[in-house]
Design a protein around this ligand. Structure first.
Ligand code: ZN
Length: 219
């Protein structure tokens, strides 16, 4: 496969996990690669969990907010207070682990880009709070297929110049394939970096920069 000139950015959601995240960080360090970690408020209450996120931050990775409970799709929720609660509780839990850019990734079951992701209340909250909303353009479903996901990620890379892939540093076994995946990406001529594709950041620092049509559910 020839992926010359293509760019890949890695993101890891739903961690940290003590059995998985250290290995992911070790692998990233080995390749001198920077990535973005989206963590949920509920998962960073314990000191050992916070320590893993602090390590990620110290090693140059972005740390973002992935909601408090990872259970509410804003576009499919009729509680108008849910976005403020889910976003602010997690941001408070992150505290000084959060980046000044206030990266936020919504919860979307199955990683589907669609109207269940956001609501008008959620968009208003992100704009008012000057958040940067980070989506994705590759979901190789590592949780379903711990050994086969790299093929789908590479296939996605072949269709677009810049790929932001969603992976999960949770104990599915999928992260055992991370190092060989990165080796294949580099061997195919692509570059691994931490520039996020513009099209994946519809809201940047509170400004709506890309169309959010299709991502906002009915009120
Ligand atoms: Zn998630």
């Amino acid at each position: 496969m020839d992926l010359t000139g293509r760019q890949l950015a890695l993101s890891f959601d739903n961690g940290p996990h003590p059995d998985v995240t250290p290995g992911v960080l070790d692998t990233l360090a080995r390749f001198e690669a920077r990535a973005t970690f989206f963590v949920c408020g509920k998962d960073i209450a314990a000191p050992e969990q916070r320590a893993l996120v602090a390590r990620a931050k110290r090693e140059g990775h972005r740390v973002g907010n992935h909601t408090q409970t990872h259970s509410i799709e804003f576009g499919a929720c009729d509680d108008p207070g849910a976005p403020a609660r889910e976003i602010e509780q997690a941001q408070g839990a992150l505290g000084d682990l959060a980046d000044p850019e206030r990266w936020f990734r919504p919860y979307g079951a199955g990683g589907v880009l669609g109207p269940r992701l956001l609501s008008r209340a959620a968009v208003k909250h992100l704009v008012d709070g000057r958040y940067s909303c980070v989506l994705w353009n590759s979901v190789p479903r590592d949780w379903e297929d711990p050994s086969g996901w790299p093929e789908r990620a590479l296939a996605d890379m072949a269709t677009q110049d810049e790929t932001l892939v969603v992976l999960h540093d949770v104990p599915t076994g999928a992260m055992a394939a991370l190092a060989t995946f990165i080796e294949r990406v580099l061997a195919a001529g692509a570059t691994l970096g931490d520039d996020l594709p513009h099209e994946c950041i519809p809201i940047r620092g509170g400004l709506i920069e890309e169309s959010i049509e299709g991502l906002v559910g009915p009120d």
